[in-house]
Design a protein around this ligand. Sequence first.
Ligand code: PLP
Length: 416
Amino acid sequence: MTDSDFSKGTTRLIHHPYQPPAGFEAPQPGVFKASTVYFPTVADMRQREWKDKSAYTYGLHGTPTTYTLEERLCTLEGGTQCVLVPSGLAALATVALALLKSGDELLLPDNAYGPNKALAEGELRHFGIAHQVYDPMDPADLARKISPRTRLVWLEAPGSVSMEFPDLAELVRVCQAQGVCSALDNTWGAGLAFKPFDLLGDAVHLGEQGSLAVDISAHALTKYPSGGGDVLMGSIITRDTALHMKIKLCHMRLGLGVAANDAESVLRSLPSISLRYQAHDQTARILAAWWQAQPQCAQLLHPAFEGAPGHAHWQAVCERKPGTGLAAGLFSVMIDARYTQAQVDAFCDHLKLFKIGYSWGGPVSLVVPYELGSMRQGWPAHLKHGTLVRFSTGLESAQDLMMDLNQAMQAHLPWA
Ligand SMILES: *Cc1c(COP(=O)(O)O)cnc(C)c1O
């Protein structure tokens, strides 16, 4: 074989004439991987539009795989436009970078996801963007802190780690009354416990969008949409084209995108999200009820439980009919102040089925003790003193998980 035969073979392999027949249909959509996307002519290349998802220009700007995932996530959360980013935190950061400029101010709830606060204290501050922290359980505090410089208010329901559920509807009304953009970190609700664009549940009467909606819903797809503990991804969902374009153009300029195989993993998990969410919820409530009966538990922090901080607010947006409300498989326990941090740490270490690790939403139950005092502006008035431990339930048997909690408690948190 001559050199030229050899390279002709290579050319034929690259420019192969075979086209598989169209019309392939199967449960999962195909995985399209690309940086380069072809144009038939230069004229076509110059004209082609990508911002409205009517065509393809470059892998970073979208493929059939990412467009499909975006549309399904819009359906999940009740939005109309979606931008995908490489992590939940990237979703929070992209919203901030798209909407804020030097001289602006941003407001965060005191119980915000920790790294969102760190972003405000780090890069945003360096860019000349100020921030204030408001009391999520006091809408009047939010109203007082909104100033003419305020351009963005973050909402979280419930708050990270301490799990208090705010009066979400009232917080959104405060933002709307003052004409400030409201962005919800909707990771906990996941589009299932409540609808971020239909907070009062009246969309059925009013058309697609309800009478009260957040402007932006950001979601760590890393959690329930992935469901495997193996993918990092985030989404930013809106219902306003102008707002979406602002975010999308910033997203493009920052060069953010997601890998096709990761998008495929989320597409594969999405059909079961509702079943999984309910299973995580059910197990969490069984374990939370068990904790509530233990004297070692000074306070149970699970918004679906009577007496937990913000329970009535959880009922207002998550429980349209009594007994039907959903909650994520996530709760915290304030361990009685008689135990030292070292004892609580030893209890966590002694758990066998619960693994020690961040994140949640996968098949494996997880536990993390938190030093809440260092995470809040002051010790919140609605929280008892003690050591906080957060549990996220996986898909194991509730009975097995309860036995695991019990054996570690016997070993390291003796009551008598
Ligand atoms: C996990 C999480 C995030 C960040 O998601 P990553 O994909 O881990 O970056 C943001 N907000 C909340 C509430 C989360 O639980």
